[in-house]
Design a protein around this ligand. Sequence first.
Ligand code: NAP
Length: 536
Amino acid sequence: MTETGSTESVDAIVIGAGFSGIYMVHRLRTLGLTVQGFEAGDGVGGTWFWNRYPGARCDVISMEYAYTFSPELIEEWDWTERYPSQPEILRYLNFAADRLDVKPHFRFKTRVVSAWFDDATDQWVTTTDSGAVTRSKYLVTAVGCLSTSMTPDFPGLSEYAGEVYHTADWPEGGVDFSGKRVGVIGTGSSGVQVIPLVAEQAAHLTVFQRTPAFSLACGNRQLTDDEVRAFKNNIDDHKARSYASGTGQYTDTLEESALDHTPEQRQAIYEERWGRHRAIDLIACYPDLFANRDANETIAEFFRGKIRETITDPELAERLSPRTYPLGAKRITLDTNYYQTYNRDDVDLVSLREQPLEMFTATGIRTGGVDHELDAVVLATGFDAITGPLLNMDIRGRGGRSLQDKWADGPTTYLGIAVDEFPNMFMLTGPGSPNVLTNVVCAIEQHVEWTGDFIADIERRGTSCVEPTAEAARTWTDDAADLAKDTLYPEGESWYTGVNIPGKPQVIMSYVGGLDVYRQTCDEVAADGYRGFVSA
Ligand code: NAP
């Protein structure tokens, strides 16, 4: 390993300044450690820094999508909308980072290109795109799960003369589509949010849909002062209920199977829950909705009924209706006026299942032999999720072992936090942890706190290195895969399993056993002297 120029040394490096990086830097600073954070964006926010497309909004209720560890942060911040917009989340994260005074510990507009473990000194050697090299005892990746955008390899894309934007890398100053013919490819969470707003501005919008989404109207509204106050007053109860839930979001799941109720009973229950505008209240309404295909079909059909109620053209309604996968196997999207947008005369839907996307031409997109002339195209095509942001960097552990090679057949981790042969490396919301199957802020707080406690323990013991045994990592990974075997996720053919990236190993990259069970396991591991880890 050659290092040119000056090398700085700190106790810990944290990569990323989103929810997890901000809290991790704070936690490590509280332990008295020196920390260097790196962030590719020109400010804090992580994925919320880049995903600034019109309509970007979180699918978790604002007051629940916030840190709970600090009474000051809870008390001093007031959310204004039930579902927070991207600008409001970014303001919140700036507020939190300022209040915790972590910004001075980050170097912004700086991308980590490699992090190599130096066996001779038991240190990580991290290099950024500016060539700066930093040595550290600990390497913490806080890179997020949905932060590496994915642009499909569309034939002809580079010859297309119009404008091209990706929702996950939106220009800071915004885009003016007035008077333009615009195409949007993709109808996942980003697509269903951006489509209504582009339609309002553009002269004409063509949506290119490969697989329809199950979308829930979010019913967004301003929060009242009383609601905000009541939430703050009940924060301990909120925290306890989040901890006790499998997803970090609690709901009142009924006891009986969906199939034990009559169609009329189910309809009444689904209607009431549709009015709550919260996905978890629907998908976790009955205990077997995501375990039993027949039960799932009852709620899938309820969602399709909502599409038929909204779309005036029955053929169009059918084209927008998901039929090929169970509800929840792809993430349920949350929208404002998504289906209503298709009733506009200046909006067309092209189903790529009927008319496959052949190529981009110089002036637009050709599908099924038909040319669509377009001035601008929005790619709402998603992310190389969970492992993408980690494998984008050249991370090498003991003996130069590369993480890319180690994970060639899929990620192996212990608790989704650590990897054998990669000492003192901790991954926040890494593969094999509950990550995206939760209200991710809850998962982040648990990971930061557990990792912080572990590092405090390592420092107390004067240990130089810890890493999981290969056996612990193999067992954790195999057990997590066994748990996931009988779920419906693979039927969704989505980023949950890596199917959206050609050549990516197809595995469920999340621990499906629930955040409550996971938290308990992590606590037991810690109480048992960090069982599964060895020290050097
Ligand atoms: P996504 O869910 O992966 O959706 C990508 C869309 O692009 C899908 O409709 C996909 O079709 C389509 N697509 C991909 N490759 C294509 C190709 N080669 N040709 C045609 N169509 C193609 O990505 P996303 O919408 O950005 O959302 C990803 C995740 O980010 C969400 O599930 C959510 O967890 C998070 N997110 C959350 C929010 C929120 O909180 N409200 C907002 C945005 C994103 P197929 O389905 O056929 O693959």
